[in-house]
Write a protein that binds this ligand. Sequence first.
Ligand SMILES: [Zn+2]
Length: 352
Amino acid sequence: MRKILMNAFALSLLLLFLSHCSAVPLFEYPPDWKEAAKRDSVVKYYSKFLSGKKIFLDAGHGGEDRKNKNQDGNVVEADVNLKVVQNLRNYLNAAGVETILSRDEDKTVPLAYRSELANKSGADLFISIHHNAPAKWEDNYTNYTSTYYHAKETDYEYEPCERDLAKYIQRDLSYVMGNPGGLGSFDGTYSDYIIYPGEGFSVLRKTEMPSVLVECAFHTNRLEELRLNDSEFNQIQAWGIFRGIGKYFRSGIPQIELISDSTKFENNLLKLSFALIDSNGINTKLLQFFFNKEEKNFSFDKTTNILSVEIENSNEGEYPVRVICANKNGNHSLPYHKKLFVNNSGYFLLKD
Ligand SMILES: [Zn+2]
């Protein structure tokens, strides 16, 4: 009898123990997100760098385009993209950012119209949110976080500031999700030429402002599909992207100012000077000047931060001019593209 009582006691202890054991959580709360008060203070902190900015948010797919799903069909990429965008919009708005969305509901938005809307909006940045799927439908293992920029480093079209933004978003998003950046890249950022060689993604190619495309995770992965269907997790995803954008702006963006915009040739030489402005200081190793799409030599005065060029050219016509610089935090200037007009009376003029 005593033995039975002992066994019953042991069993009840075991049941009590099991009832207090919950299943392993699918995700952890980032410490700076968990408590609403802490979250608000972080948003307030980043508002110092974000307030007054204008950001275009593009939730991929939607409406008639809802074919990207997990194997069970209960995770639709278009819906998860929208949830992340809406949460991100809320964090950005709270930090004083003006946001424009390509869609705020489940509706069809043609691909070309997305970049058109963004270009008309005058936004400072364009961020497209997607979730990924593997090449083989039966693959429910693959999962990583990746962020795409347009073109490759060696191409004229490549804008290093897009890679900067991609790095900041990728680092904080993959960190809060606990995902790696995939095996095709050392830092989780990828050229969109990997997917469409020589063309890249339409939304990155056609947008005029710095733009990136985020593939937050694989909605086809067996564990990830469970997390992506959790609205708290969608908020955490947005939180990672928000922090990345905040840190990007915190690192500063150098400004380029033309010192003289209309002048006469001297001994057949075009002379142009640009002031490079950044309170963090200019990284002299990351300066580039292009004339007519060719990289040219220049001189740089470290005390005045003035970049000067002399080009032998007095032929009538229109020539693209481009300047790239970076600050000491590694952040590059926003795209600086001008057209140089040369007329037959020996004057030239630099315009947008
Ligand atoms: Zn997609």
